[in-house]
Ligand binder design. Structure first.
Ligand code: PEP
Ligand code: MN
Length: 337
Protein backbone atom coordinates (compact mmCIF):
# COMPACT_ATOMS: atom_id res chain seq x y z
CA UNK A 1 0.00 0.00 0.00
CA UNK A 2 1.14 3.54 -0.77
CA UNK A 3 0.15 6.82 0.91
CA UNK A 4 0.74 9.95 -1.16
CA UNK A 5 0.63 13.13 0.92
CA UNK A 6 -0.47 16.55 -0.32
CA UNK A 7 2.26 19.15 -0.74
CA UNK A 8 3.03 20.87 2.57
CA UNK A 9 1.39 18.13 4.66
CA UNK A 10 2.26 18.86 8.32
CA UNK A 11 5.30 16.94 9.52
CA UNK A 12 3.63 16.03 12.87
CA UNK A 13 0.64 14.42 11.13
CA UNK A 14 2.88 12.41 8.82
CA UNK A 15 5.06 11.30 11.73
CA UNK A 16 1.93 10.31 13.70
CA UNK A 17 0.63 8.17 10.83
CA UNK A 18 4.05 6.56 10.45
CA UNK A 19 4.30 5.77 14.16
CA UNK A 20 0.82 4.31 14.19
CA UNK A 21 1.61 2.01 11.26
CA UNK A 22 4.94 0.95 12.76
CA UNK A 23 3.15 0.13 16.01
CA UNK A 24 0.97 -2.24 13.98
CA UNK A 25 4.12 -4.01 12.71
CA UNK A 26 4.45 -2.45 9.25
CA UNK A 27 7.69 -1.15 7.76
CA UNK A 28 7.55 2.27 6.11
CA UNK A 29 9.60 3.15 3.06
CA UNK A 30 9.63 6.96 3.07
CA UNK A 31 10.30 8.91 -0.12
CA UNK A 32 10.62 12.67 0.15
CA UNK A 33 10.29 14.48 -3.17
CA UNK A 34 10.54 18.24 -3.74
CA UNK A 35 6.86 18.83 -2.99
CA UNK A 36 5.45 15.64 -1.71
CA UNK A 37 6.06 12.70 0.59
CA UNK A 38 5.19 9.08 -0.17
CA UNK A 39 4.98 6.29 2.39
CA UNK A 40 5.34 2.78 1.00
CA UNK A 41 3.82 0.41 3.55
CA UNK A 42 5.52 -2.99 3.62
CA UNK A 43 3.86 -5.98 5.26
CA UNK A 44 0.55 -7.80 4.92
CA UNK A 45 -1.76 -4.82 4.41
CA UNK A 46 -4.85 -6.88 3.60
CA UNK A 47 -6.32 -6.15 7.05
CA UNK A 48 -5.47 -2.45 6.93
CA UNK A 49 -8.54 -0.19 6.57
CA UNK A 50 -7.77 2.10 3.65
CA UNK A 51 -10.53 4.54 4.71
CA UNK A 52 -8.88 5.14 8.08
CA UNK A 53 -5.96 6.64 6.16
CA UNK A 54 -8.13 8.60 3.73
CA UNK A 55 -9.75 10.61 6.54
CA UNK A 56 -6.61 12.72 6.99
CA UNK A 57 -6.91 16.02 5.19
CA UNK A 58 -3.21 15.99 4.27
CA UNK A 59 -3.47 12.63 2.48
CA UNK A 60 -3.78 13.04 -1.29
CA UNK A 61 -4.43 9.37 -2.05
CA UNK A 62 -3.99 5.83 -0.78
CA UNK A 63 -3.33 3.02 -3.25
CA UNK A 64 -3.13 -0.71 -2.91
CA UNK A 65 -0.07 -2.17 -4.65
CA UNK A 66 -0.97 -5.49 -6.16
CA UNK A 67 2.55 -6.54 -7.24
CA UNK A 68 4.51 -8.69 -4.77
CA UNK A 69 7.54 -6.39 -5.04
CA UNK A 70 7.39 -3.25 -2.95
CA UNK A 71 10.73 -1.44 -2.63
CA UNK A 72 11.42 -1.99 -6.32
CA UNK A 73 7.90 -0.86 -7.26
CA UNK A 74 7.46 2.40 -9.15
CA UNK A 75 4.40 3.15 -7.04
CA UNK A 76 6.72 3.42 -4.04
CA UNK A 77 9.17 5.66 -5.89
CA UNK A 78 7.65 7.45 -8.91
CA UNK A 79 10.94 9.00 -10.08
CA UNK A 80 13.61 6.95 -11.83
CA UNK A 81 16.34 5.79 -9.47
CA UNK A 82 19.88 6.77 -10.34
CA UNK A 83 22.53 4.39 -9.03
CA UNK A 84 25.91 5.94 -8.41
CA UNK A 85 28.69 3.55 -9.42
CA UNK A 86 31.84 5.19 -8.06
CA UNK A 87 30.85 8.53 -9.59
CA UNK A 88 29.17 7.15 -12.74
CA UNK A 89 25.39 7.73 -12.53
CA UNK A 90 23.38 4.85 -14.01
CA UNK A 91 19.71 5.65 -14.70
CA UNK A 92 20.07 9.34 -15.49
CA UNK A 93 19.99 11.13 -18.85
CA UNK A 94 23.33 9.71 -19.91
CA UNK A 95 23.40 6.14 -21.21
CA UNK A 96 26.35 4.38 -19.59
CA UNK A 97 28.24 1.68 -21.46
CA UNK A 98 30.06 -1.17 -19.73
CA UNK A 99 32.60 -2.84 -22.00
CA UNK A 100 35.41 -5.34 -21.78
CA UNK A 101 36.28 -8.98 -22.26
CA UNK A 102 34.15 -11.88 -21.12
CA UNK A 103 36.97 -13.08 -18.90
CA UNK A 104 40.17 -11.60 -17.57
CA UNK A 105 42.95 -13.58 -19.24
CA UNK A 106 46.08 -11.66 -18.27
CA UNK A 107 47.00 -8.27 -16.86
CA UNK A 108 48.21 -7.11 -20.25
CA UNK A 109 45.00 -8.19 -21.99
CA UNK A 110 42.65 -6.50 -19.54
CA UNK A 111 44.66 -3.27 -19.51
CA UNK A 112 44.85 -3.21 -23.32
CA UNK A 113 41.10 -3.74 -23.70
CA UNK A 114 40.25 -1.29 -20.89
CA UNK A 115 42.30 1.43 -22.58
CA UNK A 116 40.66 0.83 -25.94
CA UNK A 117 37.08 0.76 -24.63
CA UNK A 118 37.76 3.96 -22.73
CA UNK A 119 38.92 5.56 -25.96
CA UNK A 120 35.74 4.30 -27.59
CA UNK A 121 33.62 6.02 -24.92
CA UNK A 122 32.85 3.29 -22.36
CA UNK A 123 32.36 4.67 -18.85
CA UNK A 124 32.70 1.36 -16.96
CA UNK A 125 34.78 -1.71 -17.73
CA UNK A 126 33.97 -5.36 -17.31
CA UNK A 127 35.93 -8.61 -17.11
CA UNK A 128 35.04 -11.92 -15.48
CA UNK A 129 37.44 -13.19 -12.83
CA UNK A 130 35.12 -15.93 -11.57
CA UNK A 131 33.42 -17.55 -14.56
CA UNK A 132 30.18 -19.57 -14.40
CA UNK A 133 30.85 -22.11 -17.19
CA UNK A 134 28.46 -24.80 -18.35
CA UNK A 135 31.32 -27.30 -18.50
CA UNK A 136 33.62 -27.91 -15.52
CA UNK A 137 36.42 -28.49 -18.07
CA UNK A 138 36.14 -24.96 -19.54
CA UNK A 139 38.27 -22.04 -18.32
CA UNK A 140 36.93 -21.09 -14.89
CA UNK A 141 38.60 -17.67 -14.62
CA UNK A 142 41.72 -16.35 -12.91
CA UNK A 143 39.71 -15.79 -9.71
CA UNK A 144 41.47 -13.54 -7.13
CA UNK A 145 44.35 -12.91 -9.52
CA UNK A 146 41.80 -11.69 -12.06
CA UNK A 147 40.54 -9.16 -9.51
CA UNK A 148 44.11 -7.90 -9.06
CA UNK A 149 44.44 -7.44 -12.83
CA UNK A 150 41.12 -5.60 -12.99
CA UNK A 151 42.36 -3.26 -10.25
CA UNK A 152 45.51 -2.61 -12.25
CA UNK A 153 43.35 -1.75 -15.28
CA UNK A 154 41.26 0.60 -13.16
CA UNK A 155 44.41 2.30 -11.97
CA UNK A 156 45.58 2.77 -15.57
CA UNK A 157 42.27 4.01 -16.99
CA UNK A 158 40.19 5.33 -14.08
CA UNK A 159 37.26 3.20 -15.28
CA UNK A 160 35.21 1.59 -12.46
CA UNK A 161 35.19 -2.24 -12.43
CA UNK A 162 32.19 -4.50 -13.08
CA UNK A 163 32.72 -8.21 -12.38
CA UNK A 164 30.67 -11.24 -11.42
CA UNK A 165 30.39 -12.78 -7.96
CA UNK A 166 29.44 -16.45 -7.68
CA UNK A 167 29.42 -17.13 -3.95
CA UNK A 168 28.78 -15.27 -0.72
CA UNK A 169 32.18 -16.15 0.76
CA UNK A 170 33.80 -13.69 -1.68
CA UNK A 171 31.63 -10.71 -0.72
CA UNK A 172 34.18 -9.06 1.55
CA UNK A 173 36.82 -9.04 -1.19
CA UNK A 174 34.34 -7.81 -3.81
CA UNK A 175 33.09 -4.96 -1.60
CA UNK A 176 36.70 -3.92 -1.13
CA UNK A 177 37.77 -4.13 -4.79
CA UNK A 178 34.76 -3.95 -7.12
CA UNK A 179 32.66 -0.90 -8.05
CA UNK A 180 29.64 -2.77 -9.44
CA UNK A 181 29.09 -6.39 -8.42
CA UNK A 182 27.46 -8.50 -11.13
CA UNK A 183 25.06 -11.30 -10.24
CA UNK A 184 24.95 -13.51 -13.32
CA UNK A 185 21.88 -15.03 -14.95
CA UNK A 186 22.60 -18.39 -13.34
CA UNK A 187 22.59 -16.91 -9.84
CA UNK A 188 19.58 -14.62 -10.22
CA UNK A 189 17.62 -16.82 -7.84
CA UNK A 190 20.46 -17.71 -5.49
CA UNK A 191 18.48 -16.15 -2.68
CA UNK A 192 21.12 -16.65 0.01
CA UNK A 193 23.65 -14.78 -2.14
CA UNK A 194 21.09 -12.01 -2.81
CA UNK A 195 20.36 -11.66 0.91
CA UNK A 196 24.05 -11.33 1.72
CA UNK A 197 24.49 -8.72 -1.04
CA UNK A 198 21.54 -6.86 0.47
CA UNK A 199 23.63 -6.30 3.58
CA UNK A 200 26.28 -4.42 1.57
CA UNK A 201 25.85 -0.98 0.04
CA UNK A 202 27.88 -1.74 -3.10
CA UNK A 203 25.88 -1.33 -6.34
CA UNK A 204 24.64 -4.64 -7.78
CA UNK A 205 24.11 -5.47 -11.46
CA UNK A 206 21.39 -8.11 -11.46
CA UNK A 207 21.14 -10.06 -14.68
CA UNK A 208 17.88 -11.67 -15.71
CA UNK A 209 17.79 -15.44 -15.22
CA UNK A 210 17.86 -17.74 -18.24
CA UNK A 211 14.15 -18.47 -17.97
CA UNK A 212 13.01 -15.86 -15.47
CA UNK A 213 9.81 -13.88 -15.88
CA UNK A 214 9.99 -10.12 -15.44
CA UNK A 215 8.24 -10.46 -12.08
CA UNK A 216 10.68 -13.12 -10.82
CA UNK A 217 13.57 -10.90 -11.90
CA UNK A 218 12.22 -7.86 -10.03
CA UNK A 219 11.52 -10.07 -6.99
CA UNK A 220 15.22 -10.94 -6.96
CA UNK A 221 15.99 -7.20 -6.90
CA UNK A 222 13.54 -6.96 -4.00
CA UNK A 223 15.62 -9.54 -2.06
CA UNK A 224 18.66 -7.26 -2.31
CA UNK A 225 16.65 -4.13 -1.51
CA UNK A 226 14.88 -5.75 1.44
CA UNK A 227 18.29 -6.03 3.11
CA UNK A 228 18.74 -2.27 2.74
CA UNK A 229 20.83 -2.14 -0.44
CA UNK A 230 18.78 -0.02 -2.83
CA UNK A 231 21.62 0.25 -5.37
CA UNK A 232 20.33 -2.28 -7.87
CA UNK A 233 20.66 -2.08 -11.67
CA UNK A 234 18.79 -4.66 -13.76
CA UNK A 235 20.30 -6.21 -16.89
CA UNK A 236 18.31 -7.89 -19.67
CA UNK A 237 20.62 -10.44 -21.35
CA UNK A 238 18.25 -12.56 -23.38
CA UNK A 239 16.03 -15.42 -22.33
CA UNK A 240 15.73 -19.03 -23.40
CA UNK A 241 13.15 -19.67 -26.09
CA UNK A 242 12.62 -22.34 -28.77
CA UNK A 243 14.87 -20.35 -31.13
CA UNK A 244 18.41 -21.70 -31.45
CA UNK A 245 19.77 -19.42 -34.15
CA UNK A 246 20.83 -16.97 -31.48
CA UNK A 247 22.29 -17.95 -28.10
CA UNK A 248 19.24 -16.43 -26.37
CA UNK A 249 16.32 -14.26 -27.43
CA UNK A 250 16.76 -10.61 -26.49
CA UNK A 251 13.53 -9.56 -24.79
CA UNK A 252 13.40 -5.90 -25.79
CA UNK A 253 9.87 -5.60 -24.44
CA UNK A 254 11.28 -6.19 -20.95
CA UNK A 255 12.78 -2.69 -20.99
CA UNK A 256 9.54 -0.68 -21.22
CA UNK A 257 7.86 -3.28 -18.98
CA UNK A 258 10.47 -2.86 -16.23
CA UNK A 259 10.29 0.92 -16.62
CA UNK A 260 6.55 0.79 -16.02
CA UNK A 261 6.74 -1.57 -13.05
CA UNK A 262 9.89 -0.35 -11.34
CA UNK A 263 12.01 2.75 -10.75
CA UNK A 264 15.26 0.79 -11.02
CA UNK A 265 17.67 1.43 -13.91
CA UNK A 266 17.72 -1.28 -16.57
CA UNK A 267 20.51 -1.95 -19.04
CA UNK A 268 20.83 -4.38 -21.95
CA UNK A 269 23.54 -6.94 -22.73
CA UNK A 270 23.22 -7.67 -26.47
CA UNK A 271 26.38 -9.83 -26.44
CA UNK A 272 25.06 -12.70 -24.30
CA UNK A 273 21.64 -12.36 -25.92
CA UNK A 274 22.86 -12.82 -29.49
CA UNK A 275 26.00 -14.88 -28.99
CA UNK A 276 27.09 -13.52 -32.41
CA UNK A 277 29.31 -10.44 -32.74
CA UNK A 278 27.63 -9.12 -35.89
CA UNK A 279 24.25 -8.99 -34.18
CA UNK A 280 25.52 -6.96 -31.23
CA UNK A 281 25.46 -3.74 -33.20
CA UNK A 282 21.79 -3.76 -34.34
CA UNK A 283 20.59 -5.07 -30.95
CA UNK A 284 22.52 -2.38 -29.08
CA UNK A 285 20.86 0.24 -31.27
CA UNK A 286 17.44 -1.26 -30.62
CA UNK A 287 18.13 -1.33 -26.86
CA UNK A 288 18.91 2.38 -26.82
CA UNK A 289 15.80 3.06 -28.89
CA UNK A 290 13.50 1.26 -26.40
CA UNK A 291 14.85 3.18 -23.42
CA UNK A 292 17.71 1.17 -21.91
CA UNK A 293 19.76 3.13 -19.36
CA UNK A 294 22.96 1.46 -20.46
CA UNK A 295 24.61 -1.35 -22.36
CA UNK A 296 26.97 -4.17 -21.48
CA UNK A 297 29.12 -5.14 -24.44
CA UNK A 298 31.85 -7.74 -24.66
CA UNK A 299 34.98 -6.41 -26.36
CA UNK A 300 38.16 -8.41 -26.95
CA UNK A 301 41.42 -7.40 -28.62
CA UNK A 302 41.82 -10.89 -30.11
CA UNK A 303 38.39 -12.57 -30.22
CA UNK A 304 39.66 -15.54 -32.29
CA UNK A 305 41.83 -16.59 -29.33
CA UNK A 306 39.53 -15.53 -26.47
CA UNK A 307 39.25 -18.03 -23.61
CA UNK A 308 35.52 -17.36 -23.43
CA UNK A 309 32.79 -15.92 -25.67
CA UNK A 310 35.04 -14.86 -28.55
CA UNK A 311 32.22 -15.39 -31.08
CA UNK A 312 30.15 -12.62 -29.54
CA UNK A 313 32.99 -10.20 -28.78
CA UNK A 314 33.53 -7.00 -30.76
CA UNK A 315 36.99 -5.85 -31.70
CA UNK A 316 37.85 -2.44 -30.24
CA UNK A 317 37.53 -0.64 -33.59
CA UNK A 318 34.02 -1.96 -34.15
CA UNK A 319 33.09 -1.03 -30.61
CA UNK A 320 34.29 2.55 -31.17
CA UNK A 321 32.34 2.77 -34.43
CA UNK A 322 29.20 1.45 -32.76
CA UNK A 323 29.51 4.02 -29.97
CA UNK A 324 29.58 6.77 -32.57
CA UNK A 325 26.45 5.42 -34.25
CA UNK A 326 24.60 5.03 -30.96
CA UNK A 327 24.98 8.73 -30.19
CA UNK A 328 22.46 9.66 -32.88
CA UNK A 329 19.87 7.16 -31.60
CA UNK A 330 20.39 8.35 -28.02
CA UNK A 331 19.73 11.90 -29.15
CA UNK A 332 16.46 10.94 -30.87
CA UNK A 333 15.16 9.38 -27.64
CA UNK A 334 16.27 12.36 -25.55
CA UNK A 335 19.36 10.82 -24.01
CA UNK A 336 23.09 11.48 -24.05
CA UNK A 337 25.76 8.90 -24.69
C1 PEP B 1 28.85 -12.62 -18.35
O1 PEP B 1 28.44 -11.45 -18.27
O2 PEP B 1 30.01 -12.91 -18.65
C2 PEP B 1 27.90 -13.74 -18.14
C3 PEP B 1 28.32 -14.95 -17.81
O3 PEP B 1 26.63 -13.37 -18.35
P1 PEP B 1 25.23 -14.15 -18.04
O4 PEP B 1 25.20 -14.37 -16.57
O5 PEP B 1 24.22 -13.16 -18.53
O6 PEP B 1 25.24 -15.40 -18.84
MN1 MN C 1 30.60 -13.74 -21.54
Amino acid sequence: MVIVFKPNAPQETKAGIKQNLENQGYMINEINGINTTIYGIIGDTSALDINMLRIYDCVEKVLRVSEPFKRANRAFHPDDSVVNVSGVPVGGRKIQVIAGPCSVESQEQVITVAKSVKLGGATLMRGGAFKPRTSPYSFQGLKELGLDYLKAAREETGLPIVTEIMSADKIERFVEDVDLIQVGARNMQNFELLKELGKTRTPILLKRGLSATIEEWIMSAEYIMAGGNENVILCERGIRTFEHYTRNTLDLSAIPAVKKLSHLPVIVDPSHAAGLWWMVEPLAKAAVAVGADGLLIEVHNDPEHAKCDGAQSLKPERFARLMGELKGIAQIVGRDL
